[in-house]
Design a protein around this ligand. Structure first.
Ligand code: B12
Length: 486
């Protein structure tokens, strides 16, 4: 069969202050493509934004190639685009099968199929084999109940959900179909402070997350953590080095450091095999992250660890399901990493349930007190299907029908007693206070190396943007004061 797997035509992913960046290839559809290619199907992976294709180009491609199955991967931010694409494909060629998957549908897949006749199937959770299973059973409705993660219409037209798809044996999965990505791996470039060396790409060494953060969709996997074997991970890395000259890896596991023994083993193997990679990963700032582990990670090539901290207020942390994050431990981990020579870039959110001006200040003060070179600050954004989505009205104002979801660019949830402007101002203020200070310059020098020097120019442009934006805001508030004064 002829199958296309793609992201919808969606507005480009905007970073802070409208900065725009290409990201890394999508692992999910890469694996699905590899499975289908192995089974003899003709598969196209497309990324319209990356390839400069507008909506009509995408549609023409699908129609001209006489595609049988259109598989669309969707984060909530791109849902509108997915609706538009599936609707138009069905309108122009009714026989095309539309299958939707991706994080947006976790928890609300059934509802989405009920509402949209132009979706034929939805995949909830992991769907590595879902399209393959549908093809193998010849799209026979009587076999659908056996396909994990499938949402479908039964013989009576009633929408049925088989629950969450979870791939049990990760080692059986093929590597993503790298040769079929729309751009060569060397083309993809993450945000400037997310890499040291190019080409870089993303790898997942595990799936699932043991944490229960109320805002995160990974919590829906209910602690079902699964690992690729260390052997598989090392084989994967070697393949990327040998075939694509990859020099750096972003380990995109929810938490790369869940198991201490496994981390030691992966690092030891990377050192023994002389992979000579640099890498970054998400961590949880807990007991596992000792100075000794950090030293080992550094020797294996790690230069950046990214813990999700989210708030400097223990009360807010409790409200967002992160009571297990201890601020003292976060401080200790940041200091140990600093001493060892690894950068820590925690993520923080403002406008959390329970956030007030005071707690947001606590968060900022906490971040400012840590030995960091960079921080990530976003707005708390309730995602469909999460615990936060269900209970959000207890904490403030949120319009569930609003489609846009750009956690970085604009707030969608406004806690009680706060205004949208407060949040926008606080995020900008956070970045300004964080970056425009003398101690930051010292830290910058501490981490300065050949790779950082190469990124000075784009970094300088972002700093200028921040400065201009802050000045504009100050000017407009001065104007308002002048107009208001008698
Ligand atoms: C790595 C990552 C990123 C990376 C790059 C992602 C990439 N390469 O495309 C970066 C840092 C750039 C990023 C950015 C963003 N991310 Co992000 N990210 C992740 C993370 C940690 C891993 C993604 C991943 O590779 N998963 C592994 C693969 C195997 O899973 P998958 O892609 O979901 O695919 C599987 C299933 O979903 C399903 N499937 C997916 N598509 C399809 C299609 C079909 C047809 C079928 C049948 C099945 C199917 O089958 C796949 C295989 O099992 C996830 C959390 C997570 N654990 O998934 C968040 C996550 C996906 N991100 C999230 C968000 C919100 C964003 C941003 C919008 C944040 C922002 N505003 O800045 C942007 C959007 C970027 C974009 N896609 O355009 C949310 C999405 C929630 C939602 N409802 O949309 C997640 C779930 C985290 C969370 N908070 O809960 N992200």
């Amino acid at each position: 069969m002829r199958i296309i797997l793609l992201k919808p035509n969606s507005p480009p992913h905007k970073g802070f202050l409208g900065s725009n960046y290409f990201t890394l290839p999508n692992i999910g559809i890469g694996i699905i493509a590899a499975i289908l290619i192995e089974e003899g199907h003709e598969v196209f992976i497309k990324d319209p934004f990356l390839e400069g294709m507008d909506f009509e180009d995408t549609l023409s491609f699908i129609l001209n190639k006489k595609i049988d199955i259109v598989g669309i991967t969707t984060v909530s931010m791109h849902y509108e685009g997915a609706l538009q694409l599936a609707r138009e494909v069905k309108k122009r060629r009714q026989s095309t099968i539309t299958i939707l998957g991706g994080p947006h549908f976790q928890g609300i897949g059934k509802e989405c199929l009920e509402k949209n006749a132009f979706f034929d199937y939805i995949c909830v959770g992991e769907g590595d084999y879902l399209i393959s299973d549908l093809i193998k059973c010849n799209f026979n409705v009587h076999s659908f109940s056996e396909i994990a993660g499938l949402v479908y219409r039964n013989a009576d037209g009633k929408v049925v959900s088989n629950g969450m798809g979870v791939t049990a044996d990760l080692d059986k999965l093929p590597l993503p179909a790298y040769a079929h990505y729309p751009m060569p791996l060397s083309f993809y470039t993450p945000a400037v402070n997310n890499y040291k060396r190019l080409p870089t790409t993303a790898v997942m060494a595990s799936r699932g997350c043991p944490s229960t953060c109320t805002y995160c969709q990974s919590a829906l996997f209910k602690k079902n953590v699964r690992y690729f074997s260390v052997e598989y991970v090392i084989k994967h890395l070697k393949f990327l080095i040998e075939n694509y000259g990859i020099k750096e890896i972003a380990f995109f596991d929810d938490i790369f450091t869940i198991k201490r023994s496994r981390i030691i083993e992966i690092c030891d193997r990377m050192i023994e095999e002389r992979l000579n990679l640099t890498w970054i990963c998400f961590i949880k700032a807990n007991r596992i992250i000792t100075k000794e582990i950090l030293r080992k990670m550094k020797t294996a090539g790690c230069w950046l660890v990214m813990p999700g901290v989210e708030s400097g207020s223990p009360d807010v942390l409790r409200k967002i399901g992160k009571a297990d994050i201890k601020l003292d431990t976060v401080r200790r981990v940041c200091q140990d990493a600093y001493n060892v020579g690894i950068q820590t870039r925690p993520s923080f959110m403002l406008g959390n349930p329970g956030d007030t001006r005071e707690t947001m200040k606590e968060t900022m003060d906490f971040a400012l007190s840590l030995p960091l070179l960079h921080v990530g600050v976003t707005y708390f954004t309730p995602l469909p299907g999460t615990n936060a989505w269900e209970h959000i009205s207890d904490y403030g104002t949120f319009d569930k029908s609003k489609p846009a979801l750009n956690i970085v660019a604009s707030p969608t949830f406004i806690p009680h007693d706060l205004e949208i402007e407060d949040l926008e101002h606080e995020v900008e203020n956070f970045y300004r206070k964080f970056y425009f200070r003398f101690s930051w310059v010292c830290r910058f020098i501490r981490y300065l190396d050949f790779h950082e020097i190469k990124k000075l120019f784009p970094g300088f442009l972002i700093a200028m943007k921040l400065w201009i934006s802050v000045s504009k805001r100050k000017l407009s508030s001065m104007k308002k004061m002048l107009i208001a004064s008698p």
